[in-house]
Structures are given as structure tokens and as C-alpha cells.
Design a protein around this ligand. Structure first.
Ligand SMILES: Nc1nc2c(ncn2[C@@H]2O[C@H](COP(=O)(O)OP(=O)(O)OP(=O)(O)O)[C@@H](O)[C@H]2O)c(=O)[nH]1
Ligand SMILES: [Zn+2]
Length: 460
């Protein structure tokens, strides 16, 4: 049975501020090992509340470095925290819990990734889902224990989030009243607040009725419960045709107008919008395997699964000639364990560690530049009944497949931006003896703000 939660007040100190004086207490707990904080004003126990005739005013605030410290305009956290401090100080009694639940529990790194997804059109809920997280990872067990430790069982809670109220009540607290804590919306956070109201049931009175109209196209793209709403282009919806000798290869990636796939090598850059993201997942579901290079694993820590639509996950295959595959990769925690194609240059100890973590390491011959021999890899995949492979990137892998004349079809997402960054294709002329691949029977379609260009590749 799980150990009961215990919290322990480590130390407290007087913190004078512009709005009043607080006692800041640091709590230890045995559940998440984080340093949660409590800011106290006055006598906070239930007994004092009874005397006063009103339950204590409490804010349970989730850490937001960007909003609380930097004053980021992307959210409303900073002003909420400031308002809560003011209200508690004005009452002369109250508590602000500062919970170390950055990014609704996903942490700052993943929140920054989620912000980049939001900058290309995903909303805050879909961005979490796309990164493989629940929309909200928080629970309020430790918060409830800290409040009980302070002698509080009944309170007035400053929040707009009904889940927060339910979360505290589930752990034995009585929320006698909700005190709204709504801040003014502005251009930078209006869509975020609108999403919180629509998709996370936050109790917000949004003033701008036009906003709902303007966000109507942001339908929940990850709502996979219904039918596919954006029908896949018919040419792409069938499983790729069988091909003698090796798996059928679809090269599929997103680039800017100038052919960049990232701002810089090694830097994750979100280029395409949610509609094209959905197409990518639909394509993944129609291939037996999905292949990326180690650079993509190191830069993006991808899962390579099908999440934006319903469908089977392809087998992840990583090309990693020197076996740099990191032990922290999300791919090692997925349902389909990754196959890592490497060469004799790989360190046997690393191979053993990755195999112990569930990966399959495949040693293959190298070509003169030290890279994995792709023809040998494809023969290996064909023997394992992989009839189709979707190659997603990055630049080295795309270039190597093109240089080896190993691609049957190109599905290119072109985003309407100029990035001036890392080019998708490098040095191809020199590598392949100047026989250029050509796209035949090309077709295109706009999808959201992006253009999808696709067709068959031939070298003639
Ligand atoms: N994952 C993720 N977290 C975010 C994003 N924007 C803000 N956050 C985090 O959300 C948390 C605050 O949650 P909110 O939804 O703003 O508010 P709440 O705490 O649920 O509800 P209130 O009590 O009404 O403030 C903080 O931990 C922020 O870091 C985002 O786009 N993605
Ligand atoms: Zn915030």
C-alpha cells in the first residue's frame, strides 16, 4: 500500500513586501520531493476563522516562472499572484500556497515546447497532448496536507478553476466559497484564456464575444473521439503500394519557404500548423515504420507515435551511426520500443545499456562517410516485414536518403515563413553525381496556413 502523505514545515521567515508583511514557510513532503511554499498572514487556523465568522481566504497558486517572475503576457499568473497577495494582506489573514507545479505539472522545459507549439496554432490543451502529456497533470494532495498542517479545513478559495476546488475537496478540505480571480484579458493572452474557458471549464467571463468567432477554426484537433474531420487527401489516404526488393519510402517533412527545417542545427523548431500536424499523424498511421536520425532524437525528443488521429503506431527506427542515443529519450518509454541502426563504430557498453532499456540495436555496415548503409538497413526492415517506411528527418537523414536514390514519394509541408535556417537538403548534387530527383505527378493542397505538396520521386 502507498505510504501516507506527510508534510513537514522546515522553516519560516518574515518577508516584508509593498503590500504587507508575510511569513514564508518552506514545506518538505514525501510524495514529490518538491519545495512547496506557504505565505501566511495573521492567525490562519480554523479556530480564528470561527471567531471571525468567515473561512480563511486562500490562494493555491501553481508556479509559473514566466508569468510570476518575468511578467510574461502569455498567461494571467503574475497578476493573479499579485492580486492574491494584495487581497490576503488587506484582510489581515490568509494563506497563499505556492506549489511547484510549473506548466500545470509538466515542468518548464516542456512548457517552453508547448509555447512553441502554440505559436504555430495549437492551443494550450492540444500542445500538451501533442507533447504526450495530459492537459493538466496537477493534483492537490500535498496542497491539502499543507493546509491541514496549518490548521485549515474550511476556506474561501481564490480561483477560476473548478478542478482545483474539486481536487482540494477530494482530499478532505471544505471550499466554503469561490472567490473569482479574473484578470483583464489582452491581445497576448486572450486566446489562452478563451481556451481555458472553453476546454478546461475555467469560470471566466470573457468580454470580447468576437473572440469565440475568431477562434472557431481552432477546433480541438486532438479530439480523436469523433470521425476524422479533416479528410485526408485521397491520394495519401491509402496504404503505400507494395514495392519489390525494399520497403516503400515516403519522405515527409515540413519546411519554410526557403527550404529550412529548423532555425539552427540541433534546435527544435515548429514550422507547420495543427492541420498539417494532423496529416503527418495520419501518414504515420499508414506506414509500418517511421524513421528519423539521431539528431532529431537529441533535438526534439520525439515519440513518433500517432496521437492527433486514431490509428496504429508505426515501428520507430533511428539511424544513429555512433550510437549517441540518450538514455532519457521518450522513445525508450513508448509502447513500441525503438530499433536503433548503428555501425561497428558504436560502443558495446552503450549498446548493452540501450538494450537493457528495451531498445533493439542493429549493427549494419557503414558507407565510406561513416553513416549507416541505408540499403542494408532497408533490407533488414524488409526481412522484418516492414513494407513501408516514413522518413521524417532531419536534414542529414533526408539528404542521405535522397543521395542514395531511396525515396518513392515526397510529402512536403511548406509553411508560409522564411526562416533562413538549416536547409533540409545539403550537398545533394555532389553526393549523387548530379542526377537530380524530380517530383512527378505533383499535387498540392492548402491545409490551414500551410501548403502540402506531394508527388512521386524519380531520378531520370
Ligand atoms: N503546460 C502549460 N502550462 C501552462 C501554460 N500556460 C500557463 N501554464 C501553467 O499553468 C499553471 C497555472 O494554471 P492556470 O490554468 O493558469 O490556472 P489555474 O491554477 O488552473 O487556475 P486559477 O486558480 O484560476 O489560476 C502554471 O503552472 C503555469 O506555468 C501552457 O500554455 N502550457
Ligand atoms: Zn502562467
Amino acid at each position: 500500500m502507498a505510504e501516507p502523505i506527510s508534510v513537514h514545515k522546515m522553516s519560516g521567515a518574515r518577508i516584508p513586501t509593498d503590500v504587507g508583511e508575510f511569513t514564508l514557510c518552506l514545506y518538505h513532503n514525501n510524495l514529490d520531493g518538491k519545495e512547496h511554499l506557504a505565505l501566511l498572514v495573521g492567525d490562519v487556523g480554523d479556530a480564528a476563522s470561527l471567531r471571525d465568522g468567515a473561512p480563511l481566504l486562500v490562494r493555491v497558486h501553481s508556479e509559473c516562472f514566466t508569468g510570476d517572475v518575468l511578467g510574461s503576457l502569455r498567461c494571467d499568473c503574475g497578476p493573479q499572484l499579485a492580486a492574491a497577495l494584495r487581497l490576503v494582506a488587506a484582510e489581515g489573514r490568509g494563506v497563499i500556497l505556492y506549489l511547484r507545479q510549473e506548466g500545470r505539472g509538466i515542468g518548464l522545459l516542456e512548457k517552453l515546447r508547448a509555447y512553441n507549439l502554440q505559436d504555430v496554432g495549437y492551443d494550450t490543451v492540444d500542445a500538451n497532448l501533442l507533447l504526450g502529456h495530459q492537459p493538466d497533470l496537477r493534483d492537490y494532495r500535498v496542497a491539502a496536507e499543507i493546509l491541514k498542517d496549518l490548521g485549515i479545513t474550511s476556506l474561501r478559495l481564490m480561483t477560476n478553476n473548478p478542478d482545483k476546488i474539486a481536487g482540494l475537496e477530494r482530499h478532505g478540505l471544505h471550499v466554503a466559497e469561490r472567490v473569482p480571480l479574473q484578470m483583464t484579458a489582452h491581445a497576448e493572452n486572450a486566446h489562452y484564456l478563451d481556451t481555458k474557458a472553453r476546454r478546461m471549464r475555467h469560470l471566466l467571463q470573457l468580454e470580447n464575444p468576437g473572440l469565440n468567432g475568431s477562434t472557431a477554426h481552432h477546433h480541438p484537433v486532438l479530439d480523436t473521439t469523433g470521425d476524422d474531420r479533416s479528410a485526408l487527401m485521397p491520394e495519401l489516404s491509402a496504404a503505400p503500394p507494395p514495392r519489390p526488393g525494399r520497403p516503400y519510402i515516403t519522405l515527409s517533412y515540413a519546411q519554410s519557404l526557403d527550404g529550412s527545417i529548423a532555425a539552427r542545427r540541433g534546435e527544435q523548431t515548429f514550422i507547420s500548423g495543427p492541420e498539417a500536424g494532423r496529416l503527418t499523424h495520419q501518414l504515420r498511421a499508414r506506414h509500418d515504420a517511421i524513421l528519423v536520425g539521431i539528431g532529431t532524437v537529441l533535438a526534439d525528443d520525439p515519440q513518433l507515435t500517432v496521437r492527433l488521429v486514431r490509428g496504429p503506431d508505426p515501428q520507430p527506427v533511428i539511424v544513429d551511426s555512433r550510437l549517441r542515443f540518450p538514455p532519457w529519450a521518450k522513445l525508450l518509454r513508448g509502447e513500441r520500443r525503438p530499433w536503433i541502426a548503428t555501425t561497428d563504430a558504436a560502443d558495446p557498453a552503450r549498446q548493452a545499456a540501450l538494450e537493457a532499456a528495451g531498445a533493439r540495436v542493429i549493427r549494419l555496415p557503414a558507407v565510406p562517410n561513416g553513416m549507416v548503409d541505408l540499403t542494408a538497413l532497408l533490407a533488414y526492415l524488409a526481412r522484418r516485414h516492414m513494407r513501408s517506411v516514413m522518413v521524417e528527418g532531419g536534414a542529414t537523414v533526408i539528404s542521405n536518403f535522397l543521395a542514395a536514390h531511396l525515396a518513392d514519394r515526397l510529402v512536403l509541408t511548406i509553411a508560409p515563413m522564411i526562416l533562413g535556417g538549416l536547409n533540409a537538403v545539403a550537398d545533394l548534387g555532389r553526393l549523387n553525381g548530379r542526377v537530380m530527383p524530380r517530383l512527378v505527378r505533383p499535387q498540392y493542397q492548402t491545409l490551414g496556413k500551410d501548403v502540402i505538396l506531394f508527388g512521386d520521386l524519380v531520378w531520370e
